[in-house]
Design a protein around this ligand. Structure first.
Ligand code: FAD
Ligand code: SIN
Length: 534
């Protein structure tokens, strides 16, 4: 299949218009023209739906060092401590800058208001409009972007693949979703900020855009991916039949909400000393184990002991959304269940977003600096997008200009074989089912091997009815599903979000290392470094 192809050129290309992409673009526009491409509307991203807030050591009783300790501890012995140092120490400046750009975080009096969340030893999470933090951040970053004439945001442009020749990224191939035209975008440097992969699981808090495209295209291009076994399941997604897995923010537990089993008992104290405010992986596992051990089907969030006017004012989005489903959270018990939420692993980068492919950078959820270890501390992701988005921009600024002309031919033949659109529905549903059954909160070697076999035999064939972004997304989901199960099978221990029923303990002696996956090589291992060991 051949198609007419348009050509476009810019100095810098950013894939994604969430927090990481927008922040990177604002760094790059200081030095040249920037195009940021998004596959849906430019406002649609995981960032847009972020509720709880941003963790940042800005309160009077907090310290950067304390944020460091909490992040490393939640990461369960698997963080890159140098990356954590960067995150917590540069975070306050990035937030102050965002406030200067017009972001309005909630205040108490004339000071920022801070809330608590799981595994934080201080109230350090700032928030906006109660529980619409991500929306406010996107609004402020977009408002700032509009002031830059050199920065163009282009919606509904689906990136099919990275164009890599001789280990150097020269641009991307895109599909215009309205016209179905292909376009080659050439640039001096490309920053992948394409977000997460929640839809590899049927139950996810993520919006539809989160189909792991960036992970898959980077893998196809020969990038190194690491920590792919570490998928975070958020403990409290709304669990009503036939209703999307809407997130019920952890900040609700931070403000005193309880988890109860079907008998009405608070059970978290039996699983962790911090009870409802234990690290996220612990709470998710406890919910699943509580359901299994009591043969009860439901777990609930209970806010009925909190003042109703406080709950309505503090969590307006959750209150209104649940009300729309017939639940008054000030009164009714809210059924919740863990759902796929965040990917700790991703494209291996250094602290300036550099990947193993020249001129290709990555930031945000698609990247893996190692900052989150095996389990991300609540509300560290928006901060990561700001800090490492800016840094990836700085990294890309060091790429020297090269006179690539739009007519400079790029061989597109290898990009023209895709899975068949006809197989779309069956493929997505069945792979999501496999992932839920075998690569979810609780895993085992037998299950992961069964999953790998089933995923390995899923059909892929030529696209014959024209380019179809849903079929391309499904192919990407299949790639990331295979990577997750492969890494999860290799790691024979339990750590953070990765729990192996056949290896229930953490094994530092054997497993203090990252699993690195690369299309052109066998899986390899990379040692972890502590901050005081270069
Ligand atoms: P995203 O914001 O997801 O942006 C991805 C961008 O890439 C989008 O513009 C998308 O269109 C584009 N893209 C993807 N694929 C393609 C393609 N093939 N072609 C073109 N464009 C593409 N974290 C916190 O720290 N605090 C919170 O309170 C919080 N709450 C959350 C609540 C919810 C419901 C969810 C889902 C997540 C939450 N998180 C939170 C996590 C956090 O929001 C995300 O990890 C973070 O926003 C990711 O930002 P990003 O810029 O990397 O990606
Ligand atoms: C939430 O509000 O519970 C999500 C916070 C996060 O993902 O860090």
């Amino acid at each position: 299949m051949r198609a007419d192809v348009d050509y476009q050129q810019t100095d810098y290309l950013v894939i994604g218009s969430g927090v990481a992409g927008l922040r990177a673009a604002l760094e790059l526009v200081k030095a040249g023209s920037v195009v940021a491409l998004a596959k849906a509307d430019t406002g649609e991203s995981n960032t847009e739906y972020a509720q709880g807030g941003v963790a940042v050591a800005l309160s009077d009783d907090d310290e950067v060092e304390c944020h460091f300790v909490d992040t490393v501890s939640a990461g369960d012995g698997h963080c890159d401590e140098n990356a954590v140092k960067v995150l917590v120490s540069e975070g306050p400046a990035r937030i102050s800058e965002l406030i200067e750009w017009g972001a309005a975080f909630d205040q108490e009096g004339n000071k920022l208001a801070f809330t608590g969340e799981g595994a934080h030893s201080r109230r350090r999470v700032i928030h906006a409009h109660g529980d619409s933090t991500g929306r406010e951040i996107v609004r402020a970053l977009r408002q700032r972007a509009q002031m830059e004439s050199g920065l163009r945001l282009v919606p509904h442009t689906f990136i099919i693949d990275l164009l890599v020749e001789n280990d150097r990224c020269r641009g991307v191939l895109s599909l215009d979703r309205a016209s179905s035209r292909l376009c080659v975008w050439q640039a001096r440097a490309v920053i992948l900020a394409s977000g997460g992969l929640g839809h590899v699981y049927r139950d996810t808090t993520n919006p539809d855009i989160a189909t792991g495209d960036g992970f898959a295209m980077a893998y196809r291009a020969g990038a190194r991916l690491c920590d792919m076994e570490f998928v975070q399941f958020h403990p409290t997604a709304l669990a009503l039949p036939g209703v999307p897995r809407f997130l019920i923010t952890e900040a609700i537990r931070g403000e005193g909400g309880y988890l109860r089993n079907q008998r009405g008992e608070r059970f978290m104290e039996r699983y962790h000393e911090r009870a409802e405010l234990a690290p996220r992986d612990v709470v998710s596992r406890a919910i699943v184990q509580e359901i299994q051990s009591t043969s009860q089907s439901e777990i609930y969030l209970d806010l009925s002991h909190l003042r109703p006017d406080f709950v309505r004012r503090r969590f307006p989005r959750v209150y209104q959304t649940c009300l729309g489903y017939g639940l008054d959270i000030t009164r009714d018990r809210v059924p919740v269940h863990p759902a796929a939420h965040y990917m700790m692993g991703g494209i291996e980068t250094d602290l300036y977003g550099r990947t193993n492919i020249k001129n290709l950078f990555a930031a945000g959820e698609v990247a893996c600096t190692g900052v989150h270890g095996a389990n991300r501390l609540a509300s560290n992701s928006l901060l990561e997008g700001l800090v490492f988005g800016a840094r990836a921009g700085q990294g890309a600024l060091s790429v020297e200009s090269r006179a690539d002309s739009p007519a400079d031919p790029i061989d597109l033949n290898s990009f023209l074989a895709r899975p068949a659109a006809a197989e779309v529905a069956a493929e997505r549903l069945s792979l999501q089912k496999i992932m839920r059954n075998f690569a979810g909160v609780l895993r085992s070697g037998d299950g992961l091997r069964e999953a790998a076999k089933a995923l390995g035999s899923m059909p892929t064939s030529q696209l014959d009815g024209g380019w179809d972004s849903t079929a391309l997304e499904n192919a990407n989901l299949l790639t990331v599903a295979r990577l997750i199960t492969q890494a999860a099978e290799v790691r024979k221990e339990s750590r953070g979000s990765h729990y192996r029923m056949d290896y229930p303990s953490r094994d530092d002696e054997t497993w203090r290392k990252r699993i690195v996956l690369c299309r052109t090589a066998e899986p390899s291992f990379k040692p972890l470094l502590d901050a005081d060991r270069p």
